[in-house]
Ligand binder design. Sequence first.
Ligand code: DGL
Length: 279
Amino acid sequence: MSTAPIGIFDSGIGGLTVARAIRDLLPRESTIYLGDTARVPYGPKSPETVRRYSREILDWLLGQDVKAVVVACNTATAHALDDLRGRSPVPVIGVIAPGARAAAAATTTGRVGVIGTAGTISSGAYSRALLRERADLRVIEQACPLFVPLVEEGWFEHPATQLVAEEYLGSMRDAGVDALVLGCTHYPMLAPLLGRIMGPSVRLIDSARETARELARVIGAAGLEAPPDASPVQRWIATDDAARFARVGSLFMGNAPAPVEVVELGTAEMSAERLEPNR
Ligand code: DGL
């Protein structure tokens, strides 16, 4: 057993959906969540840049003595998971394989849709993961780059979001998918709207819950679970703008992540400022 924290990271705030799923499933575990708000979005950036950012975050989390690392960002998982695993002395869990597993189990027609950032979709990582699960699947992928800014505006039910979503999801509907992987941290916030567009026969797959289950399996198998009498501590780290992190983060978490510490990555110096709760 281990009281060491679990490190969770994302390009920004969206990965709080994964942090929330981990908190719900593993309430005794301490966590350190790092959102790279200074360098978000990762979606349109090159694989090399996303790998470099991800390595810097891994090093920072390992410096906090984490016992496992969850890559909550789909784009970072797509571009950097293998690289991070090769470097890390502790288990590293991504969001793509758990999401693919859930989708492969959910589909009955064998037609699975995947939506994500431009980087995630162009990497082909979901396709590969789905076909590893079931070689007979037909995978239809669609990049939806406008969703992230719409979600960050809080426009979950806005007419503009409806219009954009109908445009993006047209190919999915035409292809008759019966499972749609929400392959980006932000998309679970759009689940009601996307569900209405796709119709009741299409299962929406949110990889957050499945990733939390995978984490539970991995730390359980390694004997690294927190002991029953653990007093969990949750730390929230941003690389820029603690106030925005807390404000937008509350949309994702249901309650504001606080206090928020700020660290600077990519330089030798690290600074920290604190945002007190309810500011
Ligand atoms: N976290 C990213 C993902 O899940 C979305 C935001 C971004 O583009 O950085 O792919």
